[in-house]
Design a protein. Structure first.
Length: 255
């Protein structure tokens, strides 16, 4: 007799993805003591709106894990007009605008306060500081973030420029998203633009294929549910994501 099955695949992942099969990489800064590969130096900026915003001196830490990384911290003021902000940015300066249209992701390692932050890309075509942004969480532990360039968007308050990354002039990290009279801490390193591969791997127990971004994921267990649920779950997991497959047998047959 034909079985009527419902299959529910649940994927829970941190923002970090380890992409396989990179075809092209443009390093920006690994904080190894040699300075940025693009631009000259990182600089901090903050609002002068008397809202309480403060930025601690930007630091390059040469120990710990990873061995070299940037440390950006301070306090974002009260969230009210004319609005608080704090930014650390790397202008490409004498290097001139960069054509990054061939790249798919901005990738970096991040660690911090567990709060949302933003990474920015400035363009020569944008004249009102309404730069393209991508929001991410700075986890408590070092995590690799892969930010798709296709997901960078301009805030709605500025002039909207047709999407394109042929004239990128700077890269920056904007504290909190947003912040309201609170401290912030963000550490980051190994900043680079990449072309992410689309390799796939097969998870045999699930009968599905997933991006090689989860290549290190491993089978964990099969768990039977109670009689009422008439199904079972298969769990996968790694340090960066968890996958659960739930199968229901509507005909009440053994699975």
């Amino acid at each position: 007799m034909h079985k009527s099955l419902s299959i529910l695949l649940l994927l829970a992942a941190l923002p970090a993805l380890v992409w396989a099969g990179d075809e092209k990489t443009l390093p920006v800064d690994s904080f190894d003591g040699a300075g940025p590969k693009l631009g000259a130096e990182w600089q901090t900026y903050l609002d002068e709106n008397n809202l309480g915003t403060k930025v601690n001196p930007f630091a390059v830490v040469k120990d710990g894990s990873p061995k070299g990384h940037a440390h950006f911290s301070g306090h974002v003021g009260k969230s009210k007009d004319p609005w608080p902000w704090a930014l650390v940015t790397l202008s490409f300066g004498d290097d001139g605008p960069k054509d990054l249209s061939a790249f798919t992701h901005l990738r970096f390692y991040a660690k911090g306060d567990g709060k949302k932050h933003r990474v920015q890309l400035g363009r020569d075509a944008v004249k009102d500081y309404c730069d393209y942004e991508y929001t991410f969480v700075a986890p408590k532990e070092w995590t690799r973030i892969a930010a798709p360039l296709a997901d960078f968007v301009q805030p709605k308050w500025g002039k909207q420029i047709p999407r394109g990354f042929k004239d990128v002039t700077k890269l920056g990290f904007l504290a909190l998203a947003p912040g309201d009279d609170e401290d912030f801490e963000l550490r980051f390193t190994d900043v680079e633009f990449v072309v992410a591969g689309n390799d796939m791997i097969e998870l045999k127990e699930l009968g599905v294929s997933l991006p090689a971004a989860v290549a290190d994921i491993q089978y964990q267990k099969r768990q039977s549910f109670d009689q009422k649920s008439l199904g079972y779950g298969v769990a996968y997991g790694s340090k960066m994501c968890a996958i659960t497959l739930i199968v229901y047998d509507h005909d009440q047959k053994n699975i």
